[in-house]
Write a protein that binds this ligand. Structure first.
Ligand code: LLP
Length: 437
């Protein structure tokens, strides 16, 4: 990767630095000018940095520091095969939530023996596929699911490894849409009911109890909610041991937050030191720790490149209408999420900055990517929406019959197309006209 040169005062430091950086006034992904990628592959375009993916993985490795832990990438955050392959090669397991995700893991060469299968609504075909693939654990979210899993495994003559997802009723202090560990959320089995559910699991045929898990929310920036949940889970593990039920692993879920704007991400090292300390202090040092991080492995490893189609100066607002939309990145309108917006090139002299709302072409007032951003723009300029590696492409849709964007993975001075841009005929290729009346 070429070394970044000093950034002119007018250009902010990307949150994805040093993997995204300015060089000679032009935004680069590692060694490749982002403008070249847009010229070659068109826009809107997702661009990921391989070195950033590896560095994010290494942060977990460093924090684990040889202790007994398995990182199962929460692949719903970004499930492109190339991204999965990268993590598989680094030794990752995967946290999946559907049969489709299992198929992706298999297509990318991931190890099903390191897969944990989460989700409140597992369908029969998905359970069957996961049993046949030999996943490491079903993270079971209700007693009804437990019974169905037992019946399905028994019918196939297989044994389902089971971990109950417990809802510890802790407040993760995050956005309500991505908070999952409170009583009122649909996820998991209430902690008060967990012991009885485990006793049922021990009695049902076709099941082998292997662990316990929880996931309390996403984009957490504090350690304390994890520890509150951990303490409750340890109490449960003690109660189970008294019942003769022993576990192999404890899964604390995902949720580690990233910096979008000025958030202070938590220290993974501090979190893991404290988790291992508490486990050891309570006599559970032999348990394997499982984690399911999604966003923190990919979020700042990607940007969304978009072109300014038109500038519109209305009475109350200036709008930059760009070729990316809520269909490409729904987070701003769905969660009121803030994503940085960077110019791909230094604004030309004489182009003055104004406050812009960055909006897409979709026919919805909710179709916006950023609001009130001070930018010096001209028609045809390229912008980079930051922190677009997680929950970005994967949440895109074809609303307004918009083809989904292409994705590129940069590695040093090389760029690889890892997903072709959809073509319009593909979008209705599966539709069937009935005979004319
Ligand atoms: N494990 C389970 C059971 C999960 O439900 C999730 C995310 C993860 C792991 C990974 O969490 P992470 O480390 O990425 O926070 N679309 C939302 C985020 C939804 C998260 C859903 N569950 C967003 O764009 O912010």
């Amino acid at each position: 990767m070429s070394q970044p040169t000093s950034v002119p005062a007018s250009l902010p430091e990307p949150v994805g630095a040093p993997y995204f950086h300015y060089e000679h006034g032009e935004l680069h992904a590692e060694g490749v000018p982002v403008g070249d990628l847009a010229r070659q592959h068109g826009s809107p375009l997702y661009v990921y940095s391989r070195a950033a993916l590896r560095a994010a993985w290494q942060r977990f490795e460093d924090a684990i520091d040889g202790r007994n832990a398995l990182v199962c990438y929460g692949m719903k955050a970004n499930s492109n095969l190339a991204v999965l392959r990268e993590f598989a090669r680094l030794g990752a397991g995967f946290d999946i939530v559907s049969g489709g995700e299992l198929a992706r893991v298999q297509a990318a060469g991931g190890d099903p023996g390191k897969v944990v299968f989460s989700g409140v609504g597992k369908q029969t075909w998905e359970i069957e596929a996961a049993l046949r693939a030999g996943v490491r654990s079903f993270n079971v979210e209700s007693v009804a699911e437990l019974r169905h899993l037992s019946a399905t495994a028994t019918r196939l003559g297989l044994t389902a490894p089971v971990s109950l997802r417990v809802n510890p009723d802790v407040d993760a202090h995050t956005h309500p849409y991505i908070s999952t560990g409170l009583k009122e959320n649909k996820f998991g089995i209430a902690i008060e009911e967990a012991e009885e559910a485990y006793r049922l699991a021990a009695a049902l045929p076709g099941l082998e109890i292997v662990g316990v898990d929880c996931h309390i929310g996403s984009q957490l920036t504090e350690i304390s909610p994890y520890l509150d949940a951990l303490d409750k889970l340890i109490n449960l593990i003690d109660a189970l041991a008294a019942d003769g039920i022993r576990l192999h692993h404890l899964d604390i879920g995902g949720g580690v937050g990233i910096r979008y704007r000025d958030e202070q991400p938590l220290s993974l090292r501090d979190l893991l030191d404290e988790v291992f300390l508490r486990l050891a202090a309570r006599g559970h040092g032999g348990l394997q720790l499982v984690m399911e991080p999604g966003r923190s492995l990919v979020g700042n490893a990607g940007i969304l490149v978009t072109e300014v189609l038109y500038l519109k100066h209305a009475e109350a607002k200036n709008f930059a209408i760009v070729d990316a939309a809520m269909t490409d990145l729904i987070r701003p309108t769905l969660y009121d999420a803030w994503h940085g917006v960077l110019p791909v090139r230094t604004p030309s002299a004489g182009c003055s900055a104004k406050l812009y709302d960055i909006v897409g072409p979709v026919c919805e007032s909710g179709d916006w990517l950023a609001r009130d951003r001070e930018l010096a723009l001209r028609q045809g300029d390229l912008l980079a929406v930051e922190s677009a590696g997680a929950y970005a492409f994967v949440m895109s849709s074809q609303y307004n019959t918009r083809p989904r964007a292409a994705e590129v993975l940069v590695d040093g001075a090389q760029a690889y197309l890892i997903r072709e841009r959809e073509q319009v005929p593909q979008l209705f290729a599966g539709e069937i006209l009935p005979p004319d009346a």
